[in-house]
Design a protein around this ligand. Structure first.
Ligand SMILES: NC(=O)c1ccc[n+]([C@@H]2O[C@H](COP(=O)([O-])OP(=O)(O)OC[C@H]3O[C@@H](n4cnc5c(N)ncnc54)[C@H](O)[C@@H]3O)[C@@H](O)[C@H]2O)c1
Length: 334
């Protein structure tokens, strides 16, 4: 039996608690959440105990593993404490929003020898998994592109900390990891452009749109785009598309609405592969966290680890630097 604690009882923390509730060989022992209101909601939704800090969670329940599901900028202290306590880690993407934090987490993970999965959930997305399997048939990658955007609902309503994040930090970790995984190429340079003003006028002072061009060691390229300003009207909150073009073929996916679009004043399109179907929770995030628990129980593969997470953070830091300087940034790890 594997015991797991969850830090952060927001959207993701609760989703993970629910996804693990039906999992054999796993017990979620409790959550940690500093907001009394959110903690109370989580207690009544999950029936689990909720402590007010991750340290109290560690001391009270001594779990085998901890899931870090706090806002992007609030991962370091928790992840380092968890690793130093010898607990395995599932840490949400992005590992951190600066390289210093990312390296501190990576050092703690390596020093303590704990197992670590970084929450790049698209590695459990059926379309992405099939695209990866098809990569052998497309020859050498020449170029790739990926768009992952949200409607205004996400920065204005869903996330309370959008002003401390951006489309680059919240969305691009997914597409960076996706392209690196599919192409297997080594990134060497990043240049980016973006625009701001629409969200700033609503009091959320961050980028509206970010475009990034990634150069790889072998001369191939990838373009990534993420916007936080898609219209809310009837179109779903996620737009997700990607393509890899190779010397012998291409792989293209349009998951904008996962094949289901409903337009109505009363209903917003939902993703069919998410939520509850019959007795089961489904969707990439659910399968990821269940696989994490199963991997801890059987000692098998866990998926993308801390090195993948640090590289993605390095690339998003380079996106930010290029946005502010207008220059192409050569990656230090290149
Ligand atoms: N893979 C995805 O598609 C996806 C989607 C949403 C969020 N995420 C990631 O998951 C993480 C959490 O996002 P969310 O949407 O659940 O955010 P959220 O705001 O809904 O929940 C985060 C919770 O963490 C709590 N918190 C803050 N500091 C804390 C601390 N020190 N200890 C314990 N709790 C603390 C907050 O009070 C809040 O309730 C972020 O890193 C985010 O980028 C991933």
């Amino acid at each position: 039996m594997v015991t797991i604690g969850i830090v952060g009882a927001g959207l993701r923390g609760r989703l993970f608690a629910e996804a693990l509730a039906s999992q054999p060989d796993v017990t979620v022992v409790g959550l940690a959440e500093p907001s009394p209101k959110v903690a109370e909601g989580a207690r009544s939704a999950t029936g689990l105990p909720v402590t007010s800090s991750h340290r109290e969670l560690l001391e009270t329940f001594d779990p085998d593993a901890v899931i870090v599901a706090t806002p992007d900028f609030a991962h370091r202290e928790i992840a380092v404490d968890v690793a130093e306590a010898g607990k395995h880690l599932l840490i949400e993407k992005p590992v951190a929003t600066n390289l210093d934090d990312a390296h501190a987490i990576a050092s703690a993970v390596r020093r303590s020898g704990v197992r670590c999965l970084v929450g790049f959930e698209n590695r459990w997305n059926p379309h992405v998994v099939q695209a990866k399997a098809a990569m052998d048939s497309v020859g050498d990658p020449i170029t790739a592109s990926a768009t992952l955007s949200n409607s205004l609902f996400v920065p204005t309503t869903m996330l309370s900390w959008a002003a401390q994040s951006s489309p680059a930090w919240f969305l691009m970790p997914h597409t960076v990891d996706l392209i690196l995984w599919l192409t297997g190429r080594r990134p060497v340079s990043v240049s980016a452009m973006g625009s701001r003003g629409v969200l700033a006028k609503r009091g959320i002072d961050t980028w509206d749109v970010v475009h990034a061009l990634v150069g790889f060691e072998d001369g191939s390229t990838a373009t990534l785009s993420s916007a936080w300003t898609l219209p809310d009207a009837g179109d779903g909150i996620v737009d997700f598309r990607f393509q890899v073009v190779g010397t012998e073929g291409s792989v293209t996916a349009d998951l904008s609405h996962q094949g289901l679009t409903v337009v109505s004043d009363k209903y917003r399109s939902a993703w069919p592969v998410a939520g509850r179907i019959g007795r089961s929770q489904v969707g990439p995030a659910v399968w990821m966290v269940q696989d994490f628990a199963a991997g801890l129980a059987d000692g098998g593969e866990l998926g993308p680890g801390i090195d993948d997470g640090v590289l993605v953070t390095e690339i998003i830091c380079a996106v930010e630097e290029s946005l502010s300087t207008g220059q192409t940034v050569r990656l230090a790890s290149a």
